[in-house]
Design a protein around this ligand. Structure first.
Ligand SMILES: [Zn+2]
Length: 432
C-alpha cells in the first residue's frame, strides 16, 4: 500500500469546526486511513501543511468547462443576446480537439484553485472525460441537449447521445467519472423529448441535471403556456427526484421552494454568473430554511469569468445578504458547506468530508499571507478572504494533483499555449 501524509495543518471537519490534525491517505484505495496529531514523516509521500488550512477538495456543482476558450470573448450583455449573438455562433465552430484543449485549461484552473470534483454539461463529452482522466479530478459529466430549432431527427439524435454518453462513460477513469442525462433547460428542450427520454435516463439509473428558473424570460413562457410554474412542470415530467439537481433556481416562488424541499432535488447556486448576466439573485437563505440541498457552481468561464470556487463562495455570502437585506443571511459556515459536502451531496458524489474511510480529496490553503492574517476564524477566511492563489496542494482520489503550486498531472505552460492558439482560431472562424 502506498501512503501519503499531509501534516502540520488545521483541518476543516465535517461538522464545520476546525482543529489541528494530520491526515494519512491510502493512495491505492484513494481514501483517508487515519487522522492524528503525530503522523509527520509516516507517508511514502509527505506534504507539509504547517500554517495551512486543510479542507475537503472544493466541489463545483455546475460548469461548462470547455467554455474557458470563450473567456472574455463577449461580456456585458444579458443572457439571451449573449447566447444568440456571441456564444452559440462560436460554439457552432467548436471541434472535438477544441473541446479537449478548453477542458484541459479549465481543469488546470480548477486544480490550481483547489477544486477536485465538478459537474459539467457540454458536448463532445468523451473529450472532456479523457481530459478528466489525465488531470485526475472527479466529475459528473453529461451531454447537454438542445432541441429548439432542430428538426425531429436531429433532436432525437441529440437526446439519444445524452443517454448513450451517460451509459457509456459512467464509471470511467477508474470510477472517478459518473454521468447524468442533461437536457439544457425546460424551455430549450421540447416536451415530447422529455416524455421520451426522461424514462430512458431512469432506466439506466442516472440523475438528471438541467438549467431551471435562471431568468424571468425562462419562467414566463412556461407559466403562460402551461399555467404552472417551471418546477411544477419539471415534477410532472418526472425530473424532480432526490438524485436530480438544477442549476440557478433564481426565480423560484414559495411553491417551487416547497417542491424542491419535498423532492430532495438539489439547487446549484451560481451567483457570479447570475450577477454578470444580471439574471437576478437566488433566494438562497429561503432555500436553506426550507431544507433544500444547496450547492455552488461557477457556470462556464464565459459568464463568470473564472472557475475559482473561493470567488464564488464570497459572492454567495455577499449576494445572500444583499438579497435578504439581512447581514446574518448565508453565513460563512453555510458557505463552507457549499464549497465541500453541500455541493457533493447535491450532485451525488461521495466526497467533501474529511474523516477516516472517506474519499481522499483535499485542498491545502496557505495561511502565510497578509490577507489571511490574523487567524481569528479560519471558516471566515474560507468564505470571505481566501483566493485561488492561496491553494498550495491539491489531492484527489489520494493522488497529488498539485504540490507546492506545481500541477503534476498537466503541463501548465503547454496547456495554456494550446488554449491560446485554439481560442484565437475559434473566434476567427466564428467571425467569418
Ligand atoms: Zn450553465
Amino acid at each position: 500500500m502506498a501512503t501519503l501524509a499531509i501534516t502540520g495543518g488545521q483541518l476543516l471537519r465535517p461538522d464545520g469546526t476546525i482543529s489541528r490534525a494530520d491526515v494519512l491517505v491510502d493512495q491505492d484505495e484513494g481514501t483517508i486511513l487515519e487522522l492524528g496529531d503525530d503522523l509527520a514523516g509516516t507517508g511514502d509521500t509527505n506534504l507539509d501543511a504547517s500554517n495551512a488550512l486543510v479542507t475537503p477538495g472544493f466541489v463545483n456543482g455546475h460548469s461548462h468547462v470547455a467554455m474557458t476558450l470563450l473567456r472574455g470573448h463577449a461580456d456585458d450583455k444579458p443572457l439571451d443576446a449573449w447566447l444568440q449573438e456571441d456564444i452559440w455562433p462560436a460554439e457552432d465552430e467548436l471541434t472535438p480537439e477544441d473541446i479537449r484543449v478548453g477542458a484541459e485549461l479549465g481543469l488546470l484552473e480548477m486544480i490550481k484553485s483547489g477544486t477536485t470534483a465538478f459537474a459539467d454539461m457540454y458536448f463532445e463529452v468523451p473529450e472532456i472525460a479523457a481530459a478528466v482522466d489525465t488531470a485526475g479530478l472527479r466529475a459528473r459529466l453529461g451531454h447537454g441537449v438542445v432541441t429548439v430549432a432542430a428538426d425531429e431527427a436531429a433532436a432525437r439524435e441529440d437526446a439519444q447521445t445524452s443517454i448513450d454518453v451517460a451509459r457509456e462513460l459512467d464509471g470511467a477513469a477508474d470510477g472517478r467519472i459518473s454521468t447524468a442525462f442533461m437536457p439544457h433547460s425546460l424551455t430549450t428542450v421540447g416536451e415530447e423529448y422529455l416524455d421520451e427520454f426522461v424514462p430512458k435516463a431512469r432506466e439506466i439509473g442516472v440523475p438528471i441535471h438541467y438549467h431551471a428558473n435562471e431568468t424571468t424570460d425562462e419562467v414566463a413562457p412556461i407559466v403562460e403556456e402551461r399555467g404552472m410554474r417551471p418546477l411544477a412542470y419539471a415534477a410532472e415530467k418526472g425530473m424532480l427526484e432526490p438524485e436530480d439537481f438544477v442549476a440557478h433556481g433564481v426565480h423560484v416562488d414559495e411553491s417551487e421552494i416547497e417542491l424542491l424541499a419535498e423532492a430532495g432535488t438539489g439547487v446549484i447556486h451560481c451567483p457570479g454568473s447570475n450577477m454578470k448576466l444580471a439574471s437576478g439573485m437566488a433566494p438562497v437563505q429561503r432555500l436553506l430554511d426550507a431544507g433544500v440541498t444547496v450547492g455552488l457552481g461557477t457556470d462556464g468561464a464565459a459568464s463568470n469569468n473564472d472557475l475559482s470556487l473561493l470567488d464564488e463562495a464570497r459572492d454567495a455570502a455577499m449576494v445572500g445578504k444583499l438579497e435578504t437585506g439581512d447581514a446574518s443571511a448565508v453565513p460563512a459556515g453555510a458557505v463552507a458547506e457549499f464549497l465541500t459536502h453541500g455541493t457533493a451531496d447535491a450532485i451525488g458524489l461521495d466526497t467533501g468530508r474529511l474523516e477516516p474511510g472517506s474519499a481522499a480529496d483535499l485542498a491545502v490553503i496557505d495561511l502565510e499571507t497578509p490577507h489571511l492574517t490574523p487567524p481569528h476564524d479560519l471558516v471566515s477566511h474560507l468564505a470571505y478572504a481566501a483566493a485561488a492563489a492561496d491553494v498550495k496542494h491539491t489531492i484527489c482520489d489520494g493522488q497529488v494533483l498539485m504540490r507546492d503550486r506545481e500541477v503534476q498531472t498537466l503541463d501548465e505552460r503547454a496547456v495554456c499555449d494550446r488554449a491560446r492558439e485554439h481560442a484565437v482560431a475559434l473566434v476567427d472562424r466564428a467571425a467569418e
